[in-house]
Ligand binder design. Structure first.
Ligand code: CP
Length: 322
């Protein structure tokens, strides 16, 4: 965990690079942006964002791009590397050294763990990790925290169930690690044996006195204890074996019948895209919070982009200014 260093010019590969105060300030900024859309519409006039997406995305890429456009900036980039010079053998480092000449900030998604770190070391502008393999997805975590904050008014003192593919689900790893930093969370890790949480994430929970965890296989037996149920998709693209994917993909399906067992105040989160793991009949249940997460994803990315390029939002009062 790092000391607090200014966020202007900083790359965000994991949220560990930010202090807890900086994370809370980003959430506060996102709330401010939502209620001051007109006032902040020229905050990033003249800025350019590059989105370098070597892996498919709907929400993350479009929300990074919308965020910069809504702040008054412009966007370049590629979605799918087929038309980029990576197909001619160009390295990530050379791509970032090149793109740094064109833009003020880069968002990168890549199928390999560690790619965002490599990119950040090569770039001369801030690089934001938009998901690196099965490792981390820090801006999704900001969206998740913003959703918890709006649903519960807090991001601590919660019982958080995480269900599905806890091995390859990078959003799960980012969220657990970040919640541990704020403390007072009871994790209920719900997965088949083949898709359990990696040891390095478990180690993080164990190293946090105020956090605890249990690992279970059955969702119905624990759903009544949860404040938050974070559903995840089984990550087909990270399986080595199609048969294993087909066997495991429908292990958990949340529907209205199962939701009868949950608290009326429980929030259902999902980073999306979903396949079968949440039935569409759940969408109309007031506990469904996953489309709020989508909106929060754009707001937190607006907060982060404006912050790392050093553009202040007009009228914004920081949380706990130093
Ligand atoms: N949550 C998320 O990362 O969605 P996309 O893959 O559509 O970007």
């Amino acid at each position: 965990m790092s000391e607090e260093t200014p966020m202007v010019g900083k790359s965000v590969v994991t949220l560990d690079g930010l202090s807890t105060n900086q994370i809370l300030d980003l959430l506060h900024k996102a709330e401010y942006i939502d209620s001051h859309r007109k006032e902040i519409a020229h905050t990033c006039d003249g800025r350019v964002l590059a989105t370098l997406f070597y892996e498919p995305s709907t929400r993350t890429r479009l929300s990074f791009e919308t965020a910069m456009l809504r702040l008054g900036g412009k966007v370049i980039g590629f979605a799918g590397a087929q038309l980029a010079s990576v197909t001619k053998g160009e390295s990530i480092a050379d791509t970032l050294k090149t793109v740094s000449n064109y833009v003020d900030v880069v968002a990168i998604r890549h199928p390999k763990e560690g790619a965002a770190l490599v990119a950040s070391r090569a770039a001369s502008v801030p690089v934001i990790n938009a998901g690196d393999g099965g490792h981390m997805h820090p801006t999704q975590t900001l969206a998740d925290l913003a959703t918890l904050q709006s649903r519960f008014g807090r991001i601590t003192d919660l019982t958080v169930g995480l269900c599905g593919d806890l091995t390859f689900g990078r959003t799960v790893h980012s969220l657990i690690e970040t919640l541990c930093r704020f403390g007072n969370v009871r994790f209920v890790l719900i997965s088949p044996d083949e898709l359990k949480t990696p040891q390095y994430v478990i180690d993080r929970i164990n190293a946090t006195d105020s956090c605890s965890y249990v690992e279970v296989r059955d969702l119905a037996s624990v759903i009544g204890d949860l404040d938050v149920l974070y559903m995840t998709r089984v990550q087909k693209e990270r399986f080595f074996n199609e048969d294993d994917y087909l066997r495991l993909r429908d292990t958990y399906i949340l529907d209205e019948e199962k939701l009868q067992l949950a608290k009326p105040s429980m929030a259902v989160l999902h980073p999306l895209p979903r396949v079968n793991e949440i039935a569409v009949d759940v969408d109309d249940d007031p506990r469904a919070a996953y489309f709020e997460q989508v909106k929060n994803g754009m707001l937190v990315r607006m907060a982060l982009e404006s912050t790392v390029v050093g553009d202040e939002l007009p009228g914004y009062e920081p949380l706990n200014p130093k």
